[in-house]
Write a protein that binds this ligand. Structure first.
Ligand SMILES: Cc1cc2nc3c(=O)[nH]c(=O)nc-3n(C[C@H](O)[C@H](O)[C@H](O)COP(=O)(O)OP(=O)(O)OC[C@H]3O[C@@H](n4cnc5c(N)ncnc54)[C@H](O)[C@@H]3O)c2cc1C
Length: 369
């Protein structure tokens, strides 16, 4: 069996990894280098966690997602993961703890409420004014994303995959499993489209369903007197009072301090100019001021524009496309942590190990292994 994959982000590379392990011949095309710095997957880090507020079904997938990464680290001979606790705070009326506690208890993951009067001493980097609820949860950590996809691409090259950088796919025919690159049409037995924020260029019928969302993250240099506090700091999720949804990754293992805001813009295209605009920066600045104590003392060292692909319900799309195609699209902020697991799912579907409709339901967090 010969499979073509359009897109060499964590989705396409993970599918290629899983297929190679199943003995399938794979050709991976990317419009840029492999890995591509413009891919959503190409950033210093991504958060992984078991806790999944508000998206039923995905918490149950997380133990398998962690196991899939363990298998990947074994294959790569390198572990691009740093365990780190997470603290979740909120400043509004909504209480997130009861649902989170029930979810974590079901998975056997530690979770504990944090006393608000001890919070400033425990996490000196955090702006504590207005916090109404805080809890710490385990089973979380940092995936070093760019290092992971770089190592994965190297593993694929060493393990017989045909990697085609600078090969933009201009047309996919999922019925005949043909792929056109540089005016040349090649035939395969199956074709996977894992084109991230560019997916609707290749599968136009997804344009309403899978929407690119331009987002900005800030890389920061903390004041020197905060360095030791940051060395101990957890990953921080700050729901604000509902006005923003900040996530903060502490500097670790040679990566930089980063803050982003989870509010989607649902605008743009992956190939748009990525020079940050005032509109890109404003929401993250608001999140920064709200979340970190003494935020004006931090030096902004990079304002980075990147793209999510967003669906209305934030659930993964992993489904058959035509007679011989497969569409794999991470939706919103959970594509990296689930990448290898989703790759294994696609390989199972294409090799007939699992029924396609079961894989699609499972990937959407709707059960059915
Ligand atoms: C700011 C931000 C924060 C995030 N935080 C987290 C997090 O904390 N945890 C988490 O799990 N996830 C997070 N995510 C989501 C996660 O990074 C993505 O879901 C995931 O990386 C998407 O991977 P992908 O392979 O689908 O897409 P991509 O990584 O974008 O890969 C798609 C590839 O397809 C290529 N391509 C496109 N069109 C063509 C074509 N026609 N021909 C050839 N190649 C093509 C592109 O060049 C690209 O390399 C975050 C995303 C963003 C933007």
């Amino acid at each position: 069996m010969k499979v073509a994959i359009a897109g060499a982000g964590i989705g396409g590379l993970s599918a290629a990894w899983a297929l190679r392990k199943a003995g399938v011949a794979v050709t991976v095309f990317d419009q840029g280098p492999i890995p591509n710095p413009l891919a959503t997957s190409h950033d210093e880090h991504r958060i992984t966690r078991h806790i999944y507020p508000g998206l039923d079904g995905y918490g149950q997938l997380m133990p398998d997602a962690f196991r899939a990464y363990d298998t990947l680290w074994q294959d790569l001979g390198q572990r691009h993961f740093g365990p780190r606790p997470m603290v979740h705070v909120s400043r509004g009326e909504v209480s997130y703890f009861p649902a989170a506690e029930a979810e974590m208890n079901a998975l056997g993951i530690p979770i504990r409420p944090l006393p608000l009067d001890g919070l400033a001493a425990m996490i000196p980097v955090l702006e504590t004014s207005g916090i109404r609820e805080a809890f710490e949860v385990g089973g979380t950590g940092v995936l070093f994303a760019a290092r992971t996809i770089t190592a994965l691409a190297a593993w694929l090259a060493e393990n017989g995959a045909d990697l085609r950088p600078h090969s933009r796919v201009t047309d996919v025919d999922p019925d005949s499993a043909t792929v056109t690159v540089d005016g040349r049409r090649d035939s395969f037995d199956a074709v996977i489209v894992a084109a991230g924020a560019w997916v609707s260029d290749l599968v136009p019928q997804t344009s309403q369903r899978l929407v690119p969302s331009r987002q900005l993250v800030l890389y920061l240099e903390p004041p020197q007197d905060m360095a030791s506090a940051w060395a101990q700091a957890p990953i921080i999720i700050d729901m604000g009072s509902g006005s923003y949804g900040a996530y903060v990754l502490p500097p670790c293992n040679g990566t930089r301090l980063k803050i982003g805001d989870h509010r989607f813009t649902r605008t743009g295209h992956g190939s748009d100019d990525r020079t940050p605009t005032a509109a890109d920066i404003a929401p993250v600045r608001e999140a920064l001021t709200g979340t970190l104590r003494g935020s004006d003392r931090y030096r902004i060292i990079e304002e980075k524009v990147c793209y999510y692909t967003v669906s209305a319900n934030e659930r993964f799309v992993s489904e058959p496309l035509g007679k011989s195609g497969w569409l794999l699209s991470a939706c919103s902020g959970h594509g990296f942590k689930l990448g290898p697991l989703m790759g294994l799912g696609v390989a199972d579907a294409l090799t007939g190990k699992r029924a396609a409709e079961d894989v699609s339901r499972w990937a959407a967090g709707l059960g059915g292994l």
